[in-house]
Design a protein around this ligand. Structure first.
Ligand code: ADP
Ligand code: MG
Length: 345
């Protein structure tokens, strides 16, 4: 190692991954896609591929056990990994689970965690086939690897969006972020006055969006039934703006999205207004909705139009046109990818 010291925050999470990836060489012809998408793609012959994705959740960074019960955490940890396989237009079939925990956790706690994981495995028809168990000096760390399958010609990458393609999102956005704001607020109130009961009334939908997100396996199925293969796809873990950046930079395109088209649930909007946050900002920069963001050919417009699970929010443009968010007044605002910057203090 040289004398030089570069702070990781100067690169950011994505910059660091890019930096590492630039030095890694793919040697096997079976590795169709290495670093850089929601999952790696491995050729297993007969026109089929295996999809592999890993996600790690760290206590105090990704979850807070004061308001997220271990059972929910287990469910969420599985769901977010299954979501990455969906983002490749594949079906998850197995997971491995690695955990590290301190002696703060009794067997009963680990049982609760696994109860949630088993529930998610049941829901998504996934087998838990292995993992690793070790100790940590502080807190809980969970790393899950999901393994899935797809037909080779049906795999959808981030990098294949084309000019004039339509931009589509599933479900609605910003709810998970507002759910987190509610939980944080109640935690703060509880800290100041432990006798006050949490007031979570009327926020059940956004709390569920935060605490029990679902992988959109159903959307992958709908797309199959509609005979639509997206031209590009990614799951929304870091907010719409950040994921659009990934698609546009991987595909070397620009985009226009329209504020008035972005699907936001009424409960999300009401909570946002309560917190004096613009609801669109929650959709653009909040995280953890785990909806799918994808692009389709204009020829597929009629198949998607009016579908209650999917909303067309804009279109892909030439890279020189840039990335723009058109607000309700019609003003074009350059998109900023804020997302979660893990390494910024
Ligand atoms: P996602 O948000 O879909 O989980 P990430 O942003 O975590 O994706 O990762 C983007 C890409 O970088 C993926 O291909 C992932 O496998 C890869 N990646 C992330 N961290 C590392 C690492 N430490 N070493 C090698 N590859 C990594
Ligand atoms: Mg992803």
């Amino acid at each position: 190692m040289s004398e030089q010291r570069t702070e990781i925050s100067s690169l950011g999470e994505f910059g660091l991954i890019k930096h590492l990836a630039s030095k890694i060489e793919v040697k096997n012809a079976s590795t169709l896609k290495g670093i850089g998408d929601d999952a790696a793609v491995i050729d297993i012959g007969n026109g089929e591929v295996q999809l592999i994705s890993t996600d790690m959740l760290v206590e105090g960074v990704h979850f807070d056990l004061t308001y997220l019960p271990l059972k929910y955490l287990g469910y969420k940890a599985v769901a977010v990994n299954v979501s990455d396989i969906c983002a490749m237009n594949g079906i998850a079939e197995q997971i491995t689970v690695s955990i590290a925990f301190s002696n703060r956790f009794p067997v009963e706690a680990i049982d609760e965690l696994y109860l949630g994981m088993r529930e998610a495995c049941e829901k998504y028809n996934v087998d838990l086939v292995g993992g690793d168990t070790t100790s940590s000096l502080s807190g809980l760390v969970i790393s899950i690897t999901a393994i899935g399958k797809a037909k080779k010609e049906q795999v959808v990458y981030r990098s294949s969006a084309g000019e004039h393609d339509l931009i589509v999102v599933s479900g609605d956005l910003g709810g998970a972020y507002m759910g987190l704001q509610i939980l944080e607020r109640e935690k703060q109130i509880f800290k100041e006055n432990p006798s006050v009961q949490p007031d979570l009334d009327g926020n059940d939908y956004i709390l569920q969006r935060q605490m029990k997100p679902e992988a959109r396996v159903d959307v992958i199925q709908f797309l199959k039934e509609l005979d639509v293969v997206p031209t590009s796809m990614i799951d929304i873990s870091d907010g719409l703006a950040s994921e659009l950046f990934h698609i546009c930079s991987a595909s070397n395109t620009g985009c226009h999205i329209y504020d008035e088209k972005i699907p936001i649930d009424a409960q999300t909007s009401m909570a946002a207004i309560d917190f004096e946050i613009d609801p669109s900002t929650c959709a653009l920069n909040g995280g953890e909705d785990y909806e799918l963001l994808f692009t389709i050919k204009q020829a597929d417009f009629d198949k998607i139009k009016g579908n209650p699970h999917m909303t067309i929010i804009g279109h892909i443009t030439d890279v020189y046109d840039g990335m723009y968010f058109i607000d309700k007044q019609g003003t074009a605002i350059q998109l900023q990818a804020q997302g979660w910057q893990h390494f910024n203090s």
